[in-house]
Write a new protein. Sequence first.
Length: 103
Amino acid sequence: MLPVMGENHTTIAGFQALIRDRYFKTDAARGPAGTFLWFSEEVGELAEAIARRERGESNQANLNEEFADVLAWLATLANITGVDLVEAVEAKYIDDGGPSGTK
């Protein structure tokens, strides 16, 4: 299991399970397409928070919230499409040494 912030803190798997336990029934009923729209909206809100930061109008609490929202909606999408985020991350970035090139 990959820790997000270190031992005794939230893990990717633990967070994905938390989101699944709290919201799966509603999220599954909405489906992947509708959920992706919510996810996209949250990414847009994160973009706005980053833009405000770049203009010197940063609100760190809002920026933190938007990052958390994007992560929660990503976990939701993974849950309703049957993706284990830890397995996906390990397969792409750890087991094979990660993609080559730059990001």
